[in-house]
Design a binder for this molecule. Structure first.
Ligand code: HEM
Length: 159
C-alpha cells in the first residue's frame, strides 16, 4: 500500500478530490439550482416524473465515486499510517462522516427506487410522500457533512 501511494500519490489524491467534487457538487447543484426550478412545473405527474428522473441520474452518477472516495481514502489511511499517527482523530472523523453519508445516500437511493415503482404503477401521492424529505432534510444533511469532510481533508493536508 505504501509503495502504491508513493508511486501513484498524484492520481490517488486526484481521484479522491474528483469524487468529492462530483458527490458534493452534484448534490448542491440539484438542491440549489434544479430543485427550485422544478417547483414551477404545474402538472403534478410531469413534475414528480422529472424529479424522479433527475434524482435517479444524480444517484447513479455519484455511486461509483462514493466507492472511489473510500478506496482512495483507505490507500491513504494505510500509506500514511493514519490510524496511529498524530492525525488519527481526523482520519477516524472522516471515515465516520463517509459512513454516515453513505448510509444516508443508500436510504435516499432506496426511497427513490421505491417511489419510482409507485409512480410507474400510478400511485402518485404515495410516491411523492416517500421522497418528500429528500430535498428538505436528507440531501442538506449530506451536503453539510460533505463540506465538513472537505474541511477535514484540507486539515489532513497540513494547512
Ligand atoms: C473515508 C474516509 C476518508 C479518509 C480517510 C480521507 C483521507 C484524506 C486524506 C489523507 C487527505 C489528504 C490528501 C493529501 O495528502 O493531500 C484527504 C483530502 C481530501 N478529502 Fe478525504 N478522506 C475521507 C473521506 C472523504 C470524503 C467523504 C470527502 C468528501 C466527500 C473527502 C474529501 C476530501 C477533499 C476535497 C480533500 C482535499 C483537500 C485539499 O485539497 O487539501 N474525503 N482526505
Amino acid at each position: 500500500m505504501q509503495s502504491l501511494f508513493q508511486n501513484y500519490a498524484h492520481l490517488i489524491v486526484f481521484i479522491h478530490i474528483l469524487g468529492a467534487i462530483i458527490w458534493i457538487g452534484g448534490m448542491i447543484a440539484v438542491r440549489v439550482a434544479v430543485h427550485p426550478v422544478m417547483q414551477s412545473i404545474e402538472e403534478p405527474k410531469i413534475k414528480l416524473g422529472k424529479i424522479l428522473e433527475i434524482t435517479g441520474k444524480l444517484f447513479n452518477l455519484v455511486l461509483p465515486f462514493i466507492v472511489l472516495i473510500l478506496l482512495t481514502a483507505l490507500i491513504m489511511s494505510v500509506a500514511m499510517n493514519g490510524h496511529h499517527g498524530s492525525n488519527k482523530f481526523l482520519f477516524i472523523a472522516k471515515e465516520a462522516i463517509w459512513t454516515v453519508m453513505t448510509l444516508n445516500f443508500s436510504f435516499m437511493y432506496f426511497k427513490r427506487s421505491k417511489a419510482k415503482k409507485l409512480f410507474d404503477s400510478g400511485e402518485l401521492i404515495q410516491a411523492k410522500a416517500l421522497i418528500a424529505n429528500i430535498p428538505n432534510l436528507l440531501l442538506p444533511i449530506n451536503i453539510i457533512l460533505g463540506v465538513v469532510a472537505i474541511w477535514l481533508g484540507v486539515s489532513l493536508r497540513g494547512y
